[in-house]
Design a binder for this molecule. Structure first.
Ligand SMILES: [Zn+2]
Length: 176
Protein backbone atom coordinates (compact mmCIF):
# COMPACT_ATOMS: atom_id res chain seq x y z
CA UNK A 1 0.00 0.00 0.00
CA UNK A 2 1.32 3.38 -0.97
CA UNK A 3 1.31 5.70 2.02
CA UNK A 4 1.07 9.48 2.21
CA UNK A 5 4.41 11.19 2.62
CA UNK A 6 4.62 13.58 5.55
CA UNK A 7 6.03 16.93 4.55
CA UNK A 8 8.31 19.46 6.22
CA UNK A 9 6.48 21.08 9.12
CA UNK A 10 4.80 17.85 10.22
CA UNK A 11 5.89 17.27 13.84
CA UNK A 12 6.39 13.53 13.25
CA UNK A 13 9.49 14.38 11.19
CA UNK A 14 11.09 16.00 14.26
CA UNK A 15 10.31 13.22 16.71
CA UNK A 16 13.03 10.69 17.54
CA UNK A 17 11.83 7.16 16.83
CA UNK A 18 11.47 4.13 19.09
CA UNK A 19 13.64 1.09 18.42
CA UNK A 20 11.84 -1.97 17.10
CA UNK A 21 11.97 -4.78 19.68
CA UNK A 22 9.91 -7.31 17.76
CA UNK A 23 9.80 -7.62 13.98
CA UNK A 24 6.10 -8.33 13.90
CA UNK A 25 3.89 -8.86 10.89
CA UNK A 26 2.92 -5.21 11.24
CA UNK A 27 6.58 -4.13 10.96
CA UNK A 28 7.06 -6.33 7.86
CA UNK A 29 3.97 -4.77 6.29
CA UNK A 30 5.22 -1.28 7.12
CA UNK A 31 8.56 -2.07 5.43
CA UNK A 32 6.72 -3.31 2.33
CA UNK A 33 4.54 -0.21 2.26
CA UNK A 34 7.58 2.02 2.65
CA UNK A 35 9.39 0.31 -0.24
CA UNK A 36 6.29 0.60 -2.42
CA UNK A 37 5.87 4.26 -1.49
CA UNK A 38 9.54 4.99 -2.17
CA UNK A 39 9.35 3.44 -5.65
CA UNK A 40 6.04 5.13 -6.46
CA UNK A 41 7.56 8.49 -5.58
CA UNK A 42 10.85 7.88 -7.35
CA UNK A 43 12.89 7.98 -4.17
CA UNK A 44 16.03 6.03 -3.28
CA UNK A 45 15.42 5.95 0.46
CA UNK A 46 12.59 6.40 2.92
CA UNK A 47 12.42 6.45 6.72
CA UNK A 48 9.39 5.45 8.79
CA UNK A 49 8.67 8.98 10.14
CA UNK A 50 8.14 10.08 6.53
CA UNK A 51 5.01 7.91 6.48
CA UNK A 52 4.01 8.98 9.98
CA UNK A 53 5.46 6.06 11.96
CA UNK A 54 7.88 6.81 14.82
CA UNK A 55 9.83 3.55 14.64
CA UNK A 56 13.43 2.82 13.72
CA UNK A 57 12.96 1.52 10.19
CA UNK A 58 14.28 2.68 6.83
CA UNK A 59 14.37 1.36 3.29
CA UNK A 60 17.05 2.14 0.73
CA UNK A 61 17.24 1.18 -2.93
CA UNK A 62 19.53 2.96 -5.34
CA UNK A 63 18.13 1.17 -8.39
CA UNK A 64 15.04 3.41 -8.80
CA UNK A 65 13.52 0.53 -10.72
CA UNK A 66 11.30 -1.09 -8.15
CA UNK A 67 13.59 -4.10 -7.83
CA UNK A 68 12.55 -5.31 -4.40
CA UNK A 69 15.31 -7.90 -4.39
CA UNK A 70 17.87 -5.17 -3.98
CA UNK A 71 16.01 -3.15 -1.42
CA UNK A 72 17.94 -2.76 1.78
CA UNK A 73 15.65 -2.81 4.79
CA UNK A 74 17.28 -1.38 7.90
CA UNK A 75 15.76 -2.11 11.29
CA UNK A 76 17.29 -0.16 14.19
CA UNK A 77 20.25 1.10 12.10
CA UNK A 78 23.17 2.56 13.98
CA UNK A 79 26.19 4.27 12.45
CA UNK A 80 29.27 2.95 14.25
CA UNK A 81 32.03 4.72 12.38
CA UNK A 82 32.71 7.20 9.63
CA UNK A 83 35.56 8.35 7.47
CA UNK A 84 36.33 11.09 4.97
CA UNK A 85 33.90 13.61 3.59
CA UNK A 86 32.34 14.60 0.29
CA UNK A 87 29.76 17.00 -0.95
CA UNK A 88 26.75 16.06 -3.04
CA UNK A 89 23.38 17.59 -3.78
CA UNK A 90 20.52 16.06 -1.79
CA UNK A 91 16.78 16.27 -1.84
CA UNK A 92 14.08 14.67 0.27
CA UNK A 93 10.60 13.35 -0.44
CA UNK A 94 9.44 15.30 2.62
CA UNK A 95 10.93 18.57 1.36
CA UNK A 96 9.72 18.91 -2.23
CA UNK A 97 11.47 21.24 -4.66
CA UNK A 98 14.41 21.85 -2.35
CA UNK A 99 17.85 20.57 -3.21
CA UNK A 100 21.17 21.56 -1.71
CA UNK A 101 24.76 20.41 -1.33
CA UNK A 102 25.34 18.49 1.88
CA UNK A 103 28.69 17.44 3.36
CA UNK A 104 28.64 13.83 4.55
CA UNK A 105 31.21 11.19 5.46
CA UNK A 106 32.49 9.23 2.46
CA UNK A 107 32.52 5.87 4.17
CA UNK A 108 30.59 4.49 7.12
CA UNK A 109 30.15 1.36 9.17
CA UNK A 110 26.51 0.68 9.93
CA UNK A 111 24.91 -1.98 12.08
CA UNK A 112 21.28 -3.00 11.58
CA UNK A 113 18.85 -5.88 11.67
CA UNK A 114 17.36 -7.17 8.45
CA UNK A 115 13.65 -7.91 8.22
CA UNK A 116 14.29 -11.48 9.45
CA UNK A 117 15.99 -10.16 12.57
CA UNK A 118 19.55 -11.06 11.54
CA UNK A 119 22.20 -8.58 12.64
CA UNK A 120 24.56 -7.11 10.04
CA UNK A 121 27.54 -4.84 10.30
CA UNK A 122 28.61 -3.51 6.92
CA UNK A 123 31.02 -0.94 5.55
CA UNK A 124 29.56 1.13 2.74
CA UNK A 125 30.74 4.18 0.85
CA UNK A 126 29.67 6.84 -1.59
CA UNK A 127 26.02 7.18 -2.52
CA UNK A 128 24.84 4.21 -0.46
CA UNK A 129 26.55 5.61 2.64
CA UNK A 130 25.00 9.01 1.95
CA UNK A 131 21.47 7.67 1.60
CA UNK A 132 21.80 5.56 4.75
CA UNK A 133 23.07 8.60 6.68
CA UNK A 134 20.18 10.69 5.32
CA UNK A 135 17.68 8.04 6.49
CA UNK A 136 19.34 7.52 9.89
CA UNK A 137 19.09 11.30 10.33
CA UNK A 138 15.33 11.04 9.75
CA UNK A 139 15.14 8.49 12.57
CA UNK A 140 16.75 11.08 14.86
CA UNK A 141 14.36 13.81 13.72
CA UNK A 142 17.07 15.48 11.63
CA UNK A 143 16.46 16.73 8.08
CA UNK A 144 19.10 17.37 5.42
CA UNK A 145 18.45 21.10 5.51
CA UNK A 146 19.69 21.06 9.14
CA UNK A 147 23.19 20.34 7.80
CA UNK A 148 23.31 23.45 5.63
CA UNK A 149 25.29 26.55 6.52
CA UNK A 150 23.27 29.25 8.30
CA UNK A 151 23.08 31.57 5.32
CA UNK A 152 21.86 28.86 2.96
CA UNK A 153 19.21 27.86 5.50
CA UNK A 154 18.06 31.47 5.73
CA UNK A 155 17.73 31.61 1.95
CA UNK A 156 15.61 28.45 1.93
CA UNK A 157 13.39 29.58 4.79
CA UNK A 158 10.57 31.11 2.71
CA UNK A 159 10.30 27.95 0.62
CA UNK A 160 10.33 25.73 3.72
CA UNK A 161 7.55 27.84 5.23
CA UNK A 162 5.52 27.43 2.05
CA UNK A 163 5.92 23.65 2.25
CA UNK A 164 4.89 23.72 5.92
CA UNK A 165 1.80 25.75 4.96
CA UNK A 166 0.89 23.22 2.28
CA UNK A 167 1.54 25.55 -0.66
CA UNK A 168 4.07 23.18 -2.24
CA UNK A 169 3.18 19.57 -2.75
CA UNK A 170 5.20 16.49 -3.56
CA UNK A 171 6.61 15.96 -7.01
CA UNK A 172 9.00 13.37 -8.30
CA UNK A 173 12.39 15.02 -8.67
CA UNK A 174 14.81 12.23 -7.82
CA UNK A 175 14.78 12.86 -4.09
CA UNK A 176 16.53 10.78 -1.45
ZN1 LIG B 1 14.61 12.51 3.40
Amino acid sequence: MIRDIRLYGDPVLRRAVKPISDISEQVVRLAEDMAETMFARGGIGLAAPQVGESVSLAVVDLSLRGNHGRTLILVNPKVLGQEGEWVYEEGCLSIPEVRADVVRPQKIVVRFLDIDGNSHEIEVEGMLARVILHEVDHLDGVLFVDHLPFLKRQLLKPKLLRIAKGDISLKDDRPL
